[in-house]
Design a protein around this ligand. Structure first.
Ligand code: NAD
Length: 272
């Protein structure tokens, strides 16, 4: 819960969470607000959903506003950052969370489906990270606020390492995010900008509803999760808070998998 205690780890920081209006993004937005950050809840289409997340944060005593922008469109991203500077002067944390799935067997995958997923999941992360990094460098260090000059957290997936038939556009976007994150981390470390990823496993959100439609589908999904439960947006929110906080000041260029062991090749647990 948000409170005014001095132990809040993101106090006096401005955080942008793209796609913060639902699922994991909403969980991250609420967790960061509870740690004292002022959160910008970005949304693409649903102003109502974004307003509901903002209202929840305010009800808990936190600070938040909603800003609309399609992260795959450069002019909209630039306009969002102008609005952030106008309203809050600067930014300290970017959570690059927006992402979509548009599945198709490989032989039937249209260029449109391929391009749409790459545009939102990969180009969207590039555009927002570039604008955030430009703002961090423009503003310079604020050691009284945070040891790092800026923090970027990319929402990746277990599919940055696990291939995924029927989802080549999505898996490719997440593999791309891994190299985007690492290359940015290498390039921006001298400016004291930390860049990391979170690789969620199966988290109960709208994006994967179809994989949990029936009890049988849910049972099948659980066979891939050694820890025996589907994750919750709050599981990811807590990791994001830690990565953004000074507790993680020596952590850059890495992916933290929060997946109940999905990346442990559970098929080999029983002698393979
Ligand atoms: P979700 O569908 O609830 O959230 C996706 C968010 O992205 C929504 O808020 C949506 O409005 C936003 N978005 C979509 N297109 C956008 C655009 N063009 N511009 C701005 N925002 C846009 O699903 P989620 O599960 O919360 O997904 C969040 C992130 O987590 C995604 O990057 C997804 O790939 C990743 N992820 C999810 C899971 C999971 O199991 N749920 C697992 C691994 C990774």
């Amino acid at each position: 819960m948000a409170n005014s205690s001095n132990s809040q780890r993101l106090q006096n920081q401005i955080a942008l969470v793209t796609g913060g209006s639902s699922g994991i993004g909403a969980g991250v937005a609420k967790a960061m607000a509870a740690e004292g950050a002022t959160v910008i809840v970005n949304y693409a289409h649903s102003a109502e959903e974004a307003a509901a997340v903002v209202a929840d944060i305010k009800k808990a005593g936190g600070r938040a506003v909603a800003i609309q922008a399609d992260v795959s469109k450069e002019d909209e991203v630039l306009h969002m950052f102008d609005q952030i500077r106008e309203q809050f002067q600067t930014l300290h944390i970017l959570v690059n969370n927006s992402g979509i799935q548009q599945d198709s067997p490989f032989l039937e995958m249209s260029l449109e489906k391929w391009q749409k997923v790459i545009d939102v999941n990969l180009t969207g992360q590039f555009l927002c990270a570039r604008e955030a990094a430009r703002e961090f460098v423009r503003r310079g260090p604020q050691p009284e606020v945070s040891k790092a000059t800026g923090k970027i957290i990319c929402m990746s997936s277990v599919h940055e390492v696990i291939p995924w038939a029927g989802h080549v556009n999505y898996a490719t976007s997440k593999g791309g995010i891994m190299q985007l994150m690492k290359s940015m981390a290498q390039e921006l470390a001298p400016q004291r900008i930390r860049v990391n990823s979170i690789g969620p496993g199966a988290i109960a959100t709208p994006i994967n509803l179809s994989a949990r439609d029936t009890p049988e589908e849910e049972r099948n999904l659980l066979t891939l999760i050694p820890y025996g439960r589907i994750g919750d947006p709050a599981d990811i929110g807590m990791v994001a808070v830690w990565l953004a906080s000074d507790e993680a000041d020596y952590v850059t260029g890495t992916t933290i998998f929060a997946d109940g062991g999905m990346t442990l090749y559970p098929g080999f647990a029983d002698n393979g």
